[in-house]
Write a protein that binds this ligand. Structure first.
Ligand SMILES: [Fe+2]
Ligand SMILES: [Fe+2]
Length: 166
């Protein structure tokens, strides 16, 4: 198994794309199936975002100052996804906004993944050596064991959703 950081992150992306497609295919299906898939999507996203925020992004920022703008934009995209995840985790599939919110989350994350894979991962691969990428990957493998698995949903967010949908 490769420990290369970019290979590991792309494997996560692949799994997310699979879950996104499964959700889209289940849009007309039973609510319980959509609820289950969203649970899996939220877990995959929470772990992945944590590893990027804690290891990959700060490391790239430190080693490749030219990519500062890409990293800052990526942090903001994570932030938007985090907000949607924190809302979704409080919602039930029977909620009329559940599928719409999940669809917006998926669109956002797909865009974000494309930017990572096409715009700045190749620059990181070019600039950092194999050993460096493997070291970063090993740190991510280690950290994954303790990574949070579900988004935190502050009570304030839940209250705001309830108020908006009342
Ligand atoms: Fe990311
Ligand atoms: Fe990513």
């Amino acid at each position: 198994m490769s420990t290369d950081a970019i290979v590991l992150l792309k494997e996560d992306h692949k799994e997310m794309r699979r879950l996104f497609k499964a959700f889209q295919d289940a849009e007309e299906g039973p609510a319980s199936q959509r609820q289950k898939l969203v649970g899996q999507i939220l877990e995959a996203l929470t772990v992945h975002t944590y590893l990027e925020n804690e290891v990959m992004y700060p490391e790239v920022r430190k080693l490749l100052p030219d990519l500062e703008d890409d990293i800052l934009e990526s942090y903001e995209e994570h932030h938007v996804a985090d907000l949607l995840c924190a809302e979704l985790v409080t919602m039930d599939a029977s909620d009329e906004r559940f599928t719409a919110k999940t669809t917006v989350l998926i669109e956002n994350v797909q865009h974000h993944i494309e930017e990572e894979e096409q715009e700045w991962f190749p620059k990181v691969r070019e600039a950092l050596g194999r050993n460096q990428l493997q070291e970063i990957g090993e740190r991510m493998i280690e950290l994954r064991k303790d990574a949070p698995k579900s988004p935190t949903a502050p009570k304030a967010i839940k209250k705001a959703i309830d108020a908006a949908t009342a």
